[in-house]
Design a protein around this ligand. Structure first.
Ligand SMILES: [Zn+2]
Length: 285
C-alpha cells in the first residue's frame, strides 16, 4: 500500500433522519400512514444499523424528540453503534411556520430534551448538530440554532461539499438582495438530489416511486464525481458529501441495497472516508 492509498480525498457522511411517526402524529395522520413511519424503528433502523456495523461505517442520525421518547431502545441502538445523534425537531415541526418566540423556544427545548434522552442511552458527546424538519427554515431559524449553542446545521443546499459559515441578516427585495454576515454556526450542505425521500415517497398524487436503480445511478455518480473533483482540488478535501436517508424509506426492501452499493463504491474508490458530521465539522474548523 502506498502513501496515497491512506490519504483522505473525500469525506462522505451517511445521515439518517429517524422521523418514525413524529410527523404523522403532529399532522394527525391515520393508522396506515403512521404504520409507514413505524416501519423505521421496527425494521428499517435495525437493518441499517446491521449494515453500518458490518461495514464499520459511522453515521449521523437526526432524531426528533418524539422518536427518542417513543422508541428509547432505538436511540440506544444508534448510540451503541457509535453513531452521532443530532436534533430534528420535537415532533418534526415545520419551524418556518411557527411564531418567532415559539420557534426559539422549541429549538432550546428540543436540544435539552434530546441531550437528556441521549445521555440516558449512554451517549457521551454533546449534541452539536441540527437539521430542520422538511429543511424548512424561517429567516431566523439559524440565528436561534446558533444562539442555542449548536456547532453546525445541515439544512442548506448552497454548496456541494464545502463546509462554510451560515449567514445572518440577509435582506431580500425584488430590486436586489443584500447579503448578511457570517455567523459562527457552520453549514454541512445537503442536496435534495441525494435524499431518498423524493425518489421513493413522492406522496399522494406525486407520481410513482422510483426504482432503487434510478436513485443508485444518481447517488453513485455524485460520489464518483465528488471524489474526482476532490482528487483534482485539495481545497475540497475538508468538505463532506452528505447523503440524507430515512430508515422507513431506504431501509425498506430492496432499497437497502442502494445504501450497501454506496458504501461498497466508496470503499472501492480509495481515499473515501465515511464520517460522522460532527467529526467532519470539527476537522473543518
Ligand atoms: Zn425528517
Amino acid at each position: 500500500m502506498n502513501q496515497a492509498a491512506n490519504e483522505v480525498i473525500l469525506q462522505v457522511a451517511l445521515t439518517f433522519d429517524h422521523d418514525a411517526i413524529s410527523s404523522d402524529v403532529e399532522k394527525g395522520h391515520r393508522p396506515f400512514d403512521r404504520s409507514i413511519g413505524e416501519f423505521g424503528p421496527r425494521v428499517g433502523l435495525p437493518r441499517i444499523l446491521n449494515i453500518l456495523a458490518r461495514e464499520s461505517v459511522p453515521a449521523t442520525f437526526f432524531v426528533p424528540v418524539h422518536t427518542a421518547h417513543t422508541w428509547p431502545e432505538s436511540l440506544a441502538a444508534i448510540v451503541a453503534g457509535g453513531h452521532e445523534v443530532g436534533c430534528h425537531g420535537w415532533a418534526h415541526e415545520d419551524h418556518a411556520a411557527l411564531p418567532p418566540g415559539d420557534e426559539r423556544d422549541l429549538i432550546v427545548r428540543q436540544k435539552a430534551a434530546l441531550t437528556a434522552a441521549a445521555q440516558n442511552a449512554g451517549y457521551r458527546h454533546p449534541i452539536i448538530g441540527f437539521r430542520a424538519p422538511y429543511w424548512s427554515l424561517s429567516e431566523q431559524t439559524l440565528r436561534h440554532v446558533e444562539d442555542a449553542g449548536f456547532t453546525y446545521d445541515s439544512s442548506l443546499a448552497w454548496e456541494e461539499t464545502r463546509i462554510t459559515p451560515v449567514r445572518h441578516g440577509d435582506q431580500h427585495t425584488i430590486e436586489r438582495s443584500i447579503l448578511g454576515t457570517n455567523g459562527s454556526l457552520l453549514e454541512a450542505p445537503i442536496s435534495h438530489w441525494l435524499d431518498d425521500w423524493p425518489w421513493f415517497e413522492p406522496g399522494r398524487g406525486g407520481g410513482p416511486a422510483s426504482p432503487p436503480s434510478a436513485f443508485a445511478e444518481v447517488a453513485l455518480a455524485e460520489l464518483r464525481l465528488a471524489h474526482a473533483r476532490a482528487a483534482a482540488d485539495p481545497t475540497l478535501r475538508s468538505g463532506v458529501l452528505t447523503y440524507t436517508f430515512h430508515p422507513e424509506c431506504i431501509g425498506r426492501g430492496s432499497r437497502a441495497e442502494v445504501l450497501e452499493a454506496i458504501i461498497a463504491a466508496g470503499k472501492a474508490l480509495g481515499g473515501v472516508h465515511f464520517t460522522r458530521l460532527d467529526a467532519a465539522v470539527h476537522a473543518a474548523k
